[in-house]
Design a binder for this molecule. Structure first.
Ligand SMILES: [Zn+2]
Length: 129
């Protein structure tokens, strides 16, 4: 938990890896008490809103969204249309994903393939109408 009372999330901007502002965490639990089910959202001043969903396991993808819990938005990264960024967790094999894992372990929340994103300049990504 954060000292300031602000919600803490492993979610980072999948494009620049910066910490996100205006973090919101919605707990969707209640279906089954022992399943962690949360949606984390946060805002990057350069790249907009992103969110990811934990259903017991770390998120498989990070999505760009119009607003927290809002519709997925389409991003243009390096000239390519992108709706979601696969996380390290999402890139694991099925066997590896069956191992016990802390859903909040930030290592799993990293974008799995940074090579193509490293070249992206802030101006190269924009919202498509
Ligand atoms: Zn960013």
């Amino acid at each position: 938990m954060s000292v300031s009372g602000r919600p803490v999330t492993p979610l980072r901007c999948p494009i620049c890896q910066n910490e996100l502002d205006r973090v919101v965490i919605r707990d969707i639990g209640g279906v089954t008490a022992d399943i962690v089910w949360q949606v984390h959202a946060g805002f990057c001043y350069d790249h907009g809103w992103f969110q990811a969903e934990i259903v017991k396991r770390p998120p498989r993808e990070i999505f760009g969204v119009d607003r927290p819990f809002g519709p997925v938005r389409r991003l243009i990264v390096d000239g390519e249309e992108t709706f979601a960024f696969t996380t390290v967790w999402g890139a694991l094999s099925g066997d590896e994903q069956r191992q016990p894992a802390d859903p909040l372990d930030p290592r799993f929340w990293r974008v799995s393939d940074r090579s193509s994103l490293a070249a992206v300049q802030p101006g190269a990504i924009r919202r498509k109408a």
